[in-house]
Design a protein around this ligand. Structure first.
Ligand SMILES: Cc1ncc(COP(=O)(O)O)c(C=O)c1O
Length: 414
């Protein structure tokens, strides 16, 4: 147990005092993000989930089809958003063959039918999946592609940012994701017809402005600015002010939290101004994450029997907010997680279950054949790639992981 020090599970981009008091004549958050990502349309929303709900409603206007295909290893909020949009969910298993978490493309092909409205392709753990291949599959069956880039703002394939290949891209600006407005997200498209549909859907879904909600979000953002450091996180560790990627595993689907994630409203201008100034540091922070990850990856690759996820090709670059490991057995993963549970070193698990297995949350995922996603969920473990983690601490973590990985290969037949 570490006193007075706890690290975040992901390398979020810390706010600084100057973000709160800088020049108000700077470009807006929307302008900066749109120009950086090179997209003609970008709309900031209340959360990544809300952006996804809008995206799904907009595609509903363009097609009578009703089925959305999603990866079996993704955020449960995705399934909840599909349900909220009144659409049917189909779950596709994953494959790690390319080195990142992507669709099992053979299964994806077989799941596509004339009722497929869209494929929702996610870039999990900030690592670019093959959106071009998902788009080709979608095109073959006359469906749209939504890219879920909630965890991957700034990740690239060649010279194109992820989230900008599909018909629509959705991103998260919620805490822990990198750039943050506390709870937030945004939606992008390059297609004019889709843009019109997004604007129409948004007008229909938009809830009345609530000053008290905006005030609590702003206070949350200010608190995030002050407490996003090892002491602050330790002090707040029982709250959810500093979260990583939102796994929503303990949350009742009826809870206020889920309702607020789904609700469509416009984040306040002041919060966006703060993030717009912080955005100036994002490209540099991503570069530093990548560099830090390279040396940490080298260390982890020496460990036999584990798989460490990383970009499929050299022309790609992830966001490297965390390092994603697949342990040799579920027991090895369980024991390592238990060992680190009180360490405060930012060791965590992205999703403890495959999408069809969150049965205790009582939400609508149909049964699916997803053995790879189930294996992955049971054996996965993440290490923060925050600069707050010292290199000596990282070396200790790698040694402990090596021990758990080798014990379990020699003693178990799992
Ligand atoms: C893959 C994925 N999609 C969607 C979301 C939802 O984003 P938000 O938390 O901003 O609603 C998340 C959140 O972590 C996510 O990881």
């Amino acid at each position: 147990m570490s006193w007075f020090r706890e690290l975040p599970p992901t390398a979020g981009l810390p706010l600084s005092i100057s973000d709160f008091i800088g020049n108000s004549k700077e470009s807006t958050l929307e302008e900066k993000l749109a120009s950086w990502l090179d997209v003609p349309f970008l709309q900031v929303e209340a959360s990544g989930t809300a952006a996804l709900v809008i995206a799904l409603h907009s595609l509903k206007q363009l097609s009578p089809r009703k089925t959305v295909i999603v990866s079996a290893y993704t955020c449960p909020l995705v399934a909840i958003a599909v349900q909220a949009a009144g659409l049917r969910l189909k779950v596709c298993d994953v494959s790690l063959a390319s080195g990142v978490i992507d669709f099992d493309f053979d299964q994806l092909d077989s799941l596509c039918t004339p009722d497929t409205l869209c494929i929702l392709s996610a870039h999990i753990a900030g690592l670019p999946s093959d959106a071009a291949k998902a788009q080709a599959t979608a095109k073959r069956c006359g469906a749209f592609l939504i890219e879920d880039a909630a965890q991957s703002l700034g990740a690239r394939r060649s010279d194109r940012f992820v989230g900008t290949t599909g018909d629509i891209g959705v991103f998260s600006l919620s805490r822990g994701k990198g750039l943050t407005i506390y709870d937030g997200g945004f939606i992008v498209t390059k297609d004019d017809t889709v843009r019109q549909a997004i604007l129409t859907a948004r007008r229909k879904l938009l809830e009345p402005y609530s000053a008290s909600h905006e005030l609590s979000e702003l206070l949350g953002m200010i608190g995030h600015g002050f407490f996003y450091n090892p002491f602050g996180i330790w002090a707040l560790s029982s709250t959810d002010m500093i979260s990583g990627f939102d796994t929503c595993t303990e949350i009742d689907v009826e809870s206020a939290r889920i309702r607020s994630k789904l609700s469509v409203h416009s984040p306040g201008e002041f919060r966006k101004r703060i993030a717009s100034r912080c955005m100036n540091r994002l490209p540099q922070a991503l570069e530093e994450n990548w560099l830090r990850a390279q040396s940490r990856l080298q260390n982890l690759r020496r460990i036999e029997n584990i798989q460490v996820l990383s970009e499929a090709n050299h022309d790609q670059q992830g966001t490297w907010s965390l390092l994603f490991l697949v342990m040799p057995t579920p027991t090895a993963a369980e024991q390592a997680l238990e060992y680190f549970s009180q360490s405060g070193l930012g060791i965590s698990q992205l999703y403890p279950f495959a999408l069809p297995d969150y049965r205790h949350l009582n939400y609508p995922v149909p049964p699916a054949h997803a053995p790879e996603a189930m294996h992955l969920a049971a054996r996965s473990l993440t290490i923060t790639n925050s600069s707050m983690l010292k290199e000596s601490e990282f070396v200790d973590i790698a040694e402990a992981i090596d021990r758990f990985a080798s014990n379990h290969v020699s003693t178990s037949g799992e």
